[in-house]
Structure formats: C-alpha cells, structure tokens
Ligand binder design. Structure first.
Ligand code: NAD
Length: 498
C-alpha cells in the first residue's frame, strides 16, 4: 500500500511513499534498540558533532526543502524557509554548542549532615532508549526535526512517524540524516502510516513518546501509554490570546496580530486565536486590522508575493468552515473573509475576523485550526487576564504594553507555557527557550535544556567513603540507643527560628 501526497493548493499529486505495516514497525523497534546500545556509548560531544552535520545537507538543499514543505502544507516556500528550515539550522548549531553543558552536567547534591559521614550524591543523565517521535502536519519539518535532534544527541535512537499529509517532508528528514556518513543505521527510522494503524506499536514499544498534535490524539496516546507506564511528552492544541492594553504600540500590534493569526493559514498551535482589545482602542484597532487583513494576498503559495496559502486538506478546511458557521449562529459578526475562497480549486479559506464575540462562545473557547480571529473587548487589565485564563488551553499568550513591568506582572498571572510581551508566536524558533503548555495544551517541554531532560532519565549515584558501619545499622543495642540520643539533638537543631 502507498500513501499519496497531495498539494492542497493545486490538488496535484506530489508523490507517494510505501506504508509501514505494524509487523514491520515491531522489527524497526528491535533494530532501533540494537543500534541505540552502540550509539549511546559515544560521548555527548561526539554525538552532537555528528548531528550538527545535518546543516551541511540542509544548506545545500534549502530551496528544495522549502518547496516540498510548501507543496504538502500549502504555505509559501519563503515562510517554510523562515519558520522551519532556518530555525532547524539555528537549533542544530545551538545544540552542538550546548548539549554537553546539559547532558554531561554532574550535579553534586548538598547532603547536609550526611556529608560529614563521607557520603556524596550526584545526578547524571542517561538516554532512555528508543524515542517515538510522532509529528503533526502543520510544521512537518521543524517540529519533529528538533525533537529528533535532541533525542539523538542525548544518546537515544528514534522511530519517527510524520503525519500522513506530509509524508514527503518526513522522507526528506530521513534523507537529511542519511546524508551523515557516521550516523549508524537504525538510529533514526522514519515510518509511514496512519496513527490508528501504527499508534499502538509506536507507544507500547517506545521508552518515551514525544508527540505533537491535537489534544484529542494526545489523550488517546496517554491512555495507551498508561498500559506500559511509558512516559509521554505531549505538545497539544492551543487557543493563544493576544491582549492589547491601551498604551501599546498599536501600529506594531496590528501587524503582529495579522501575522500571528494568518501565518500558515492559521494552522499554528500558537497562532493568535483570540484577540482581547481594551474598549478604549477596540473600534479603531479593529477597523485598522480588518483593513490590513484585506490587503493580504492569497493564492498558490509557490507564486511570488503570496502571503496566505491553502489549508492542508479538505477535512481541515471543512472543520474550519463549520466553526465559522457555528460562530455566526452564536452571534459573531464576520468583519472580513468568512468563506472558502472561490477563486481557487484548492482548500483556501479567506483570512477571517469575527466581531461581536463573547468569551463564552464556542469560537472563543475551542481551538479553530485555521485563519479565524475572534475579537473580545475588556475594561481592565485584570478582567483581560481573567478572560484569557477562562479557557481550556494554555500554550502561549501575548500581552501588549509599553509598561514592561506591568506586562511582566500580568504575565505571571496567566495560565500558559509561554507569555510574550509585545511579541507573538515566534519563540518556537528559539531553540534555547522551552516549548510546551499547561492545561489541555499538554505535558512536558521540548527545546533547550528542558527538551533534553525530557528524553533522558536522571540517575542518582550515591558514594560512601566512610569505611565503617553506619550508625543506624543493627544491632539496636545500648550504644545504638546512645547514638540516637545524639541524633535527637541534631534533629532539634533543624528548627528554623526568626
Ligand atoms: P493529529 O492529532 O490529528 O495528528 C498528529 C499525529 O498523530 C499524526 O502523525 C497522526 O498520524 C498521529 N496519530 C493520530 N492518531 C494517533 C494514535 N492513536 N496514536 C499515535 N499517533 C496518532 O494532529 P494534526 O492535525 O496533525 O495537528 C494539528 C494539531 O496539533 C492542532 O491541534 C495543533 O494545535 C496541534 N499542534 C500542537 C503543537 C504544539 O507544539 N503544542 C504544534 C503543532 C501542532
């Protein structure tokens, strides 16, 4: 059986790949496990030096990779380069320079009284074994590539399954790693197939699952993982909000809201999906944002000058159109867009802004994974934070104000994985910064130090150089009783008084 890849903008067939059977996948895990036993013996520095070689291949194929991403997802190639390819090269370089600091850090612990007995403890990090990386369709290159690099540098092997919508990008990721001569075979294997067919093996045979996708699938994976107690890192859906306070730089905020909502046709976990405007600026801001949005050029993403391309497939497009219909029924007013773009054969939805929205509406509460922006107004900053937190998701948030201290104070009140002050969306591209959410947006973090710690096990090593029986060992005789009297004195010294 083959999986066909379709260009969602033109409906042309891009190519196809062979599907992996669950039986073949079981064997791939065995090979990955055998390969990992040798791979983990290399030093972190050596592994990082091998992995950073991805940049040599990518540098020679920047345009091909960007175009393949564009043809499978519907986003413009320049956006694919900027948001996916460049970010990965930057991340590879960062991990090359920083992996050792995290993974080879030997953390000595202060044991207090026990140190005086010549005992010491420290923590080292061990690779977990085989990591299943399961990727989404919307950033099919950058998201899994980053997770694969961190897993491999940490000494694991990886079985990677891309989304069935973006199999050629998945194949390209495998090509990039295959171009590295000294990467042992079996350390990374890309498999193709639907989650419903391969999901059980991907979860039950792995030592860790790093999953990115919808909250619904994330819950199914966690349920399956409970059977084997396989730890999971879940990067799930979002409903990221942008809060604009009256003192914000409104010119910049308008352009940020437009890019933050409509980049990749709104198919971004962290795209701006709720806009909270202070009532004093709401009317003017909305008018200017709608005008700016109407100027966006929609079209075949490989044509020059196109800002907004297509949705990934018909199902996703229809889900978004249904959500827009639902919003209208709830009383939202379409200020621009609101329909499939009739100028094209492919799956295009016009950039859509919804006015007259209330926080409790479904279009404000639920993730709409497309180019749709509901606007809500507020009276005070405190009210804005309360409205923002009254939502099932908590991935990224953004507060706009020229008063940075106030912005940081408010940021601390928001239930989110990342709060940006005067920025939107883009910290995903910053390899050192942690990426992940709270509430229905997931569990765990990828990227940076926290991303490495997600794919290793901490091993506590304790060393005794006392060279005599410990005081608490049997027999519990008279000497022991006297010793315990001393311990009672020590215990009383542990009280903290003002
Ligand atoms: P999805 O959940 O439909 O699919 C994601 C991946 O999971 C695909 O590879 C799919 O084949 C696989 N899958 C499906 N069922 C499975 C199962 N039972 N077991 C194992 N694997 C299974 O998500 P999608 O439509 O590709 O992506 C869009 C969603 O992902 C949105 O909700 C978006 O917010 C979220 N997302 C989150 C982040 C983040 O970093 N938090 C990033 C990108 C996308």
């Amino acid at each position: 059986m083959v999986i066909k890849s379709t260009n969602p903008a033109t409906l042309e067939i891009n190519g196809e790949v062979e599907e992996t059977s669950p039986e073949a996948l079981e064997k791939i895990f065995d090979e990955a496990r055998a390969a990992q036993r040798k791979w983990r013996l290399l030093s972190t520095a050596k592994r990082a030096r091998i992995i950073v070689k991805v940049n040599e291949y990518i540098a020679d194929h920047i345009d091909d990779i960007s175009v393949i991403i564009s043809k499978e997802t519907g986003k413009p190639p320049l956006e694919a380069f900027n948001a996916e390819v460049y970010g990965i090269m930057d991340a590879a370089f960062y991990y090359y320079n920083n992996a050792e600091k995290v993974l080879d850090a030997k953390e000595e612990l202060d044991l207090g009284f026990y140190s005086s007995l010549d005992k010491s403890s420290f923590i080292v990090y061990k690779p977990v074994g085989v990591v299943s990386v399961i990727g989404p369709y919307n950033y099919p290159f950058a998201i899994p590539f980053n997770q694969i690099m961190q897993s491999l540098i940490a000494g694991n092997s990886v079985v990677f399954k891309p989304s069935s919508d973006t199999v050629l990008v998945g194949k390209k990721i495998q090509d990039v790693f295959d171009s590295i001569d000294d990467l042992p075979s079996g350390v990374l294997t890309t498999v193709f197939g639907s989650g419903s067919v391969l999901g059980n093996v991907l979860v039950s045979k792995a030592n860790r699952v790093v999953f990115t996708g919808s909250t619904e699938t994330g819950k199914a994976i966690m349920k399956k993982a409970a059977e084997t107690l396989t730890p999971v890192c879940l990067e799930l859906g979002g409903k990221s909000e942008m809060i604009i306070l009256p003192d914000a730089n409104l010119d910049r905020a308008i352009l940020a809201a437009r890019w933050g909502c409509f980049t990749n046709s709104g198919q971004v976990c962290s795209s701006v999906k709720r806009l909270y405007l202070h009532e004093s600026i709401a009317k003017d801001f909305t008018r200017r944002l709608v005008d700016a949005t109407k100027k966006l050029k929609q079209g075949n993403p490989t044509d020059p000058g196109v800002d907004v391309g297509a949705m990934v497939n018909e199902t996703q497009m229809n889900k978004v159109l249904q959500a827009i219909d639902g919003a209208k029924k709830e009383g939202a007013m379409v200020l621009c867009g609101g329909r499939r773009n009739p100028a094209f054969k492919g799956y295009f939805i016009e950039p859509t802004i919804l006015g007259n929205c209330k926080n409790a509406m479904q279009c404000v509460q639920r993730e709409i994974f497309g180019p749709v922006l509901p606007i809500i107004t507020f009276k005070t900053a405190g009210e804005a934070v309360a409205l923002a937190n009254n939502n099932p998701y908590g991935l990224t948030s953004s507060i706009w104000t020229e008063n940075y201290e106030e912005g940081i104070k408010l940021a601390k009140e928001i239930d989110s994985g990342t709060v940006m002050i005067n920025e939107v969306v883009y910290t995903f591209a910053l390899a050192p910064t942690p990426w992940g959410g709270v509430k229905s947006s997931g569990i765990g973090r990828t990227h940076g130090k926290m991303g490495f710690l997600e794919v290793v096990d901490p091993l506590h090593i304790h060393v005794d150089k006392y060279n005599a029986p410990d005081a608490w060992w049997m027999p519990y005789d008279k000497d022991f009783a006297e010793m315990m009297e001393n311990f009672k004195l020590i215990a009383k010294s542990l009280i903290v008084r003002d």
